[in-house]
Write a protein that binds this ligand. Structure first.
Ligand SMILES: C[S@@+](CC[C@H](N)C(=O)[O-])C[C@H]1O[C@@H](n2cnc3c(N)ncnc32)[C@H](O)[C@@H]1O
Length: 274
């Protein structure tokens, strides 16, 4: 059945009108910029990889509801010549191909055009600083981000120098492209934007936010494979539950992440009475 889109019900969010049936992909590609809404622009050779998993669940719903925006910018469109080439052989020889500075430059100029406020330009790269919750918190407080996804052997270094690009890594391993890292970064940032998570408290509570890893979680059944839920969690005593969780968080952090445990002890203690 061909649906007449003009008859699809609409609803207003105060800043624009969207069709109630619009999918994350439609929202991503066809909608005008929403004022004061955090936006991720992603420069990629694979725009169809977006929104990908970001179109699911809470991030997908939030995208649909205009709580954040996504624009995938097709790097191929900035390619040179009849075949829209985006890469060439590495200067000095060696294996693989490198994304060209002129092609990347044109895509970056296009992506950054009209961006305002706190809007960093990030290249996803195994050479970059590791992604952290602190980075995501910074990004979520900003106005948006432009992400550059590399492919092949990476990008021409001059582009990184010229635009002062920040390099960020998903971890100490090498993937074939930056798209998965970009989605990880966007997911971790978008869930910190107000109203994206149903329960606002859950972002405050979880690993890294307090400087500790999270305590263990349990749910029904109360016994499984001969293992019972710790008694204190069934006690209904909120004070004891909170104390137990804090103890567990400290124990796990001390054991698994001595670096975090060290930093936790060195953090400045804030006096609530000023
Ligand atoms: C095959 S990799 C290039 C690796 C590069 N030759 C090197 O040794 O550092 C291709 C692209 O994947 C992305 N990538 C690979 N591993 C990554 C990681 N751990 N974090 C973020 N991006 C990564 C980057 O955008 C990179 O340009």
């Amino acid at each position: 059945m061909v649906r007449d889109k003009s008859k699809t019900p609409t609803r207003s969010l105060g800043r624009k009108t969207i069709r109630a049936t619009a999918t994350p992909r439609e929202l991503m590609t066809h909608n005008p910029d929403l004022k004061d809404v955090w936006k991720a622009k992603v420069i990629t050779l694979f725009p169809n990889a977006f929104p990908g998993v970001l179109g699911e669940s809470l991030t997908g719903k939030a995208l649909q509801n205009g709580l954040w925006q996504l624009e995938a910018i097709d790097l191929r469109k900035f390619g040179v010549g009849k075949h829209r080439n985006v890469d060439d052989t590495p200067a000095g020889g060696g294996a693989g191909m490198v994304l060209r500075a002129d092609v990347l430059g044109a895509a970056i100029e296009h992506a950054m055009d009209g961006t305002q406020g706190n809007w960093p330009l990030i290249y996803l790269s195994p050479r970059g600083a590791p992604m952290t919750q602190a980075l995501m918190q910074d990004l979520a407080r900003g106005d948006g981000v432009t992400l550059l996804c590399g492919r092949f052997e990476g990008v021409d270094e001059r582009v990184l120098e010229h635009y002062g690009v920040q390099e960020v890594s998903l971890g100490d391993f090498v993937m074939t492209g930056g798209e998965i890292a970009a989605q990880a970064l966007i997911d971790a940032t978008v869930r910190l934007i107000p109203d994206v998570l149903g329960n606002a408290e859950s972002a405050l509570d979880e690993s890294f936010s307090s400087g500790l890893l999270e305590h263990p979680q349990y749910t029904r059944p109360s016994e499984w494979q001969g293992r019972a839920i710790p008694e204190v969690l069934m006690s209904g005593h909120h004070g004891r539950v909170a104390e137990w969780r804090q103890e567990q968080a400290q124990k796990i952090t001390r054991k698994r992440r001595p670096d975090m445990w060290d930093a936790f002890h060195k953090r400045p203690v804030i006096d609530p009475d000023g």
